[in-house]
Design a protein around this ligand. Structure first.
Ligand code: AMP
Ligand code: ZN
Length: 111
C-alpha cells in the first residue's frame, strides 16, 4: 500500500535499523523502544491487521515466530525472557495498520 509506513520501510523508501530479513519478512528496531530490546517483525506483504491474513497464508505467522527465535537469541534475551505481542485494531492499541509482531525484552516486564 503506497501510504503505509511499514510498506515504505519494506521497500527501502524510509530508513529503519534493520536487524534481520528474508524473502518473506523484515525485522527492525522500534523507533520508540519500551525496553532495551524492542524489535518489530513485519511481513513484506501488506496485511492491515491479523484479521486480514487469509487462512491459506497463515504460514507467514510461523515464519515470524521462526524469526522471533533467531532474534531472541541474537539479542541475548532467549533465556532471560521476552514478550511477543500483536496489537489489533483500535481497542487493541494498533497504531500502524500493517501487521507486525513486537519482540520486547532486556528488562523485567510486568505481568
Ligand atoms: P502498534 O501500536 O502495535 O501499531 O505499534 C506501532 C509501533 O511502531 C510503535 O511501537 C512505534 O514506536 C513503532 N514505529 C512507528 N514508526 C516507526 C518507524 N519509522 N520505525 C520504527 N518503528 C516505528
Ligand atoms: Zn503496509
Amino acid at each position: 500500500m503506497s501510504d503505509c509506513l511499514f510498506c515504505k520501510i519494506v521497500a527501502g523508501e524510509i530508513p529503519a535499523d534493520i536487524v534481520y530479513e528474508n524473502d518473506q519478512l523484515i525485522a527492525f528496531k522500534d523507533i520508540n523502544p519500551k525496553a532495551p530490546v524492542h524489535l518489530l517483525i513485519v511481513p513484506r506483504k501488506h496485511y492491515p491487521t491479523l484479521n486480514d491474513i487469509p487462512d491459506e497464508e497463515m504460514d507467514i505467522i510461523a515464519e515470524i515466530h521462526k524469526a522471533v527465535k533467531v532474534l531472541a537469541k541474537k539479542f541475548g534475551v532467549a533465556e532471560s525472557g521476552y514478550r511477543t505481542l500483536v496489537n489489533t485494531n483500535k481497542e487493541g492499541g494498533q497504531v500502524i495498520y500493517h501487521v507486525h509482531y513486537h519482540l520486547i525484552g532486556g528488562r523485567q516486564l510486568r505481568a
